[in-house]
Design a binder for this molecule. Structure first.
Ligand SMILES: NC(=O)c1ccc[n+]([C@@H]2O[C@H](COP(=O)([O-])OP(=O)(O)OC[C@H]3O[C@@H](n4cnc5c(N)ncnc54)[C@H](O)[C@@H]3O)[C@@H](O)[C@H]2O)c1
Length: 263
C-alpha cells in the first residue's frame, strides 16, 4: 500500500495548468508515466517535457480529439478528468453561448473522457478515475449558474459510473475543491477585501493551493483508497462544514491572505 505509481499510466485532462498540473507533477514524482492532455494553445507538450511527462493536445469538447489523445496515450491505469472553465455571469447575463460552452467542457467533456477511457480500462478490470467537481456541486454561489449546474451534474456522473464500474475493478471518485489559488481564481486572490470576507467563512481561514488538491487526487487514485469509490472528497478548509465562519474581529486578524488568532 503506497503512493507508488511505478509502471502505471496516468492521464490528466486540463493538465497544463493549476490543479491538473500539480496532480500531474505529483503522480510523476510517485513514479507514474504521466500523460497530460490539454488544449493546443496551452502547449501541453512543452509543459509536460519540463518534468519528464508526455503532453498531448486535446480538446475535451471534441469526441474525436479525446479518442485520438487516448489512442496516443495508451490505456490509462489512472484517469484524472479535470479540465474545466468558469466564467461568472448573473442569471440574466448568462448567454446561450456561455451556458453551452460551460456545460460542453465541464460536464459533457468529463462524461465523454470518462466514457472513452473506461471503455479501454474495463479490458484490464482495474483502475481508478478521479474527477474534479467543486464545493459548487453542493451550493449556489451567485453569478455562476452554468458552472454550478455543470459541477452539480458531475455528482450524477460520479455516483452512476462508480456503480457501473465497480464490478470491473475500477474505482471512481471526485475531489471537491473550495477556493484554490490558480489562474481561474486569480481575481479573487488579487482582491484583499474579497479574501478577507470569503476566508472569514472558512475554518482554516485561507484559500487552498493546487498542491493541496493534488494530494487528495493522488490519495483517491492510489491503493491507499482501495475501498473508496463513489466518494466526493471536500478539499475546502472546512468551508462546507461551517454554517457561520469562526473568525471574529475581536479574537482574530486578517494577515496578507489568511486569518489568524490574535496573540
Ligand atoms: N481553482 C479553484 O478554486 C477550483 C475550485 C473548484 C473546482 N475547480 C476545478 O478544478 C479544475 C481545474 O481548474 P484550475 O483551477 O486548475 O484552472 P486552470 O484554468 O488553471 O486549469 C484548467 C485547465 O483546463 C484546461 N481546459 C479548459 N478547457 C479545455 C478543453 N476544452 N479541453 C482540454 N482542456 C481544457 C485549461 O486549458 C487549463 O489548463 C476545473 O475543473 C475547475 O472547475 C477549481
Amino acid at each position: 500500500m503506497s503512493f507508488d505509481f511505478t509502471n502505471q499510466r496516468v492521464v490528466v485532462t486540463g493538465g497544463a495548468n493549476g490543479i491538473g498540473l500539480a496532480a500531474a507533477r505529483l503522480f510523476a514524482s510517485c513514479g507514474g508515466q504521466v500523460c497530460l492532455l490539454d488544449l493546443e494553445r496551452e502547449d501541453p507538450r512543452e509543459v509536460a517535457r519540463s518534468f519528464g511527462a508526455r503532453g498531448i493536445p486535446c480538446d475535451v469538447t471534441d469526441l474525436g480529439s479525446i479518442s485520438e489523445a487516448l489512442a496516443e496515450a495508451g490505456v490509462p491505469d489512472v484517469l484524472v478528468a479535470n479540465a474545466g472553465i468558469g466564467n461568472p455571469a448573473s442569471l440574466a447575463e448568462t448567454s446561450k453561448d456561455l451556458w453551452d460552452r460551460t456545460l460542453a467542457v465541464n460536464l459533457s467533456g468529463i462524461f465523454h473522457t470518462i466514457q472513452k477511457a473506461a471503455g479501454l480500462m474495463k479490458l484490464r478490470r482495474r483502475g481508478a478515475i478521479v474527477l474534479t467537481a467543486s464545493t459548487n456541486s453542493f451550493d449556489g454561489e451567485p453569478d455562476l449558474t452554468a458552472y454550478n449546474a455543470s459541477k452539480a451534474g458531475l455528482l450524477g456522473i460520479l455516483h452512476t459510473v462508480a456503480n457501473e464500474l465497480g464490478p470491473w475493478g475500477i474505482r471512481v471518485n471526485a475531489v471537491c475543491p473550495g477556493l484554490i489559488r490558480t489562474r481561474l481564481t486569480a481575481k479573487h486572490f488579487a482582491d484583499e477585501v474579497l479574501m478577507r470576507d470569503y476566508f472569514r467563512q472558512i475554518p482554516l481561514g485561507r484559500g487552498g493551493t493546487a498542491e493541496e488538491v493534488a494530494n487528495a487526487v493522488v490519495f483517491l487514485a492510489s491503493d491507499m483508497a482501495s475501498y473508496v469509490t463513489g466518494a466526493a472528497l471536500l478539499v475546502d478548509g472546512g468551508q462546507m462544514a461551517a454554517k457561520f465562519g469562526p473568525w471574529s474581529d475581536e479574537q482574530s486578524q486578517f494577515v496578507e491572505d489568511h486569518w489568524e488568532l490574535r496573540r
